[in-house]
Write a protein that binds this ligand. Structure first.
Ligand SMILES: [Zn+2]
Length: 101
């Protein structure tokens, strides 16, 4: 029983630490963006962001317009998926390993 109580205390401490970390990070995000994040998260089961790769939203798999995707790849602005509304970010594809000897 003592081990369980110690484990619970450890986890509570972890929650306190992570909550403080999360609040510190959230305080650096512009409030309009934070509001958008919470709005999208509420309507999308808690997942407000989605990677974009190969010209597609990787969550709902809608194909993105060419210019939209080109702009998105710069990761300079907050853009939302036209289909699922999640906040998109560009994720470069993993480097391909050459089969050449
Ligand atoms: Zn989407």
């Amino acid at each position: 029983m003592r081990a369980v109580e110690e484990r619970a205390r450890g986890l509570e401490e972890q929650v306190r630490r992570l909550t403080a970390e999360r609040d510190a990070i959230a305080s650096t995000v512009p409030s309009g963006v934070l509001d958008l994040f919470h709005r999208v998260a509420r309507s999308r089961g808690g997942v407000a962001v989605a990677p974009a790769q190969d010209g597609m939203c990787q969550v709902c798999h809608v194909k993105l317009r060419l210019q939209f995707y080109a702009d998105l790849k710069r990761n300079e602005e907050i853009v939302q998926c036209p289909a699922c509304n999640r906040i998109l970010y560009y994720e470069a594809p993993p480097p391909t390993v050459s089969a050449e000897p």
